[in-house]
Design a protein around this ligand. Sequence first.
Ligand SMILES: Cc1cc2nc3c(=O)[nH]c(=O)nc-3n(C[C@H](O)[C@H](O)[C@H](O)COP(=O)(O)OP(=O)(O)OC[C@H]3O[C@@H](n4cnc5c(N)ncnc54)[C@H](O)[C@@H]3O)c2cc1C
Length: 431
Amino acid sequence: MGMGTEPVDCLIVGSGPAALGTAFSLAEQRPELKILLIEQEGTSTGGLRNDCKMNFTWPVGFPTEYWNREEAEAMLKVADRHLEPEILPTRNMSVYSRRAAKLDVELVEIRQAHLGTDGGMRLIKKLTADLESLGVEFSFHEQMLSLDPQERTITTSRGERAYHKLVLAPGRKGFAFLQDMMDRLSIPYVDNVVDIGLRLELPEIQYPIVRDYYDPKFLFPGGVRTFCTNSRRAYVVKEKYKSRHGRTYYSVNGHAFSDRRKVNDMANFALLKTVRFTEPLASGQEFAQMLGLQAMLMGGGRPLMQRVGDFRLGKRSKAADFSADLYNFEPSLKACTPGDISLAMPARILRAIWKSMKLLDTIVPGVMHPSTIMYYPEIKLYANRPTFMDGCFQAAPDVYMIGDGAGTSRGITAAWASGVRAARGIVKSLG
Ligand SMILES: Cc1cc2nc3c(=O)[nH]c(=O)nc-3n(C[C@H](O)[C@H](O)[C@H](O)COP(=O)(O)OP(=O)(O)OC[C@H]3O[C@@H](n4cnc5c(N)ncnc54)[C@H](O)[C@@H]3O)c2cc1C
């Protein structure tokens, strides 16, 4: 499709699961519509590309302020049809659940599939090809820069484009961009929660539950939960972010490869605490970014890591003996600085997470082995939530905001579901 001001019926910004959900839904219901997706990268860069664990159980990934169970489950069925998940089996759930219940911990059993980072890439290619065969067009390496709502045009890195309906799905990394758009459109918004925590890494044998349940979801008292567990071919990674003032900080994360890759017998998962701020702090996001920057300061520009054994003794970890004696495995993320996490992490968050680690060690003994590595920070930021005009995520006339960036989802399947919901709104408004 050439550039120009001939309007497309639906212009979708982004190519993550939210964008794909809208595109499939529209193309299937209204094949005559001209649909164009623009993506700033060469391919989708969100969760489909990283690890690609897909959760198909309410309420995982669904912010409950926007979703109820019935609606979410109906849309998960739609996502299921396109994502064709192979649901992983679970075993011995009653054993773990019983132990957890005694400690007031909840183990949530979910339907989950895991493709791995390489498998996710194959899925993206398949979905892109399927959409193209439905007549949907893609323009990669094209970034949306600004919006003129009166003229119904956007400016991109390639020029100007006109639309009848605009769907913005820029993902979590695009939250600053979305914020600009909300300001531009005078859309009122509310500040969102942030998740802050650690990522633990350990040999799989010290967290054997992963052989029975790939990504066990434990909910601890105090608002702490396990999140994004990876095993077998698992690695800790770091993601680069820019603060509002343009300074770089990192958040750790984790992923695993599919069974086409070599086994490394490691596991990693995050323990996150959700923090919700009230007055006088205006922005939870800025708070979390400050924590990220503070960790950079302490780690000399890198995230921090500490062995559980050192932490317990109140000692910092040091590079010289980080992998000596009992500490018998190398970190999979080497570009981290051994140090003292308790100097960088707010006490209340650290206490809640440490307590959860002890509870978890009672349910799955081994987690608190002295060799376990704690990486900090793992930060999940969400955009300020726009005030929507309707139940289909229309934020301004003919402008829809969906996915993790707009706070309508926190995972691949819920992002997809958000896209389906926006498409329903668009179809309805077209008559
Ligand atoms: C490392 C990592 C691993 C994850 N693993 C999982 C997982 O295993 N399971 C799970 O359920 N969730 C996972 N998530 C969360 C998951 O990524 C999100 O829930 C999901 O991808 C959100 O979908 P989305 O469509 O809103 O945004 P995204 O998937 O982030 O897609 C947004 C797209 O928009 C593009 N974009 C942004 N701004 C612009 C612009 N101005 N112009 C053009 N294009 C733009 C981006 O390049 C990106 O491709 C992970 C996230 C990360 C970062």
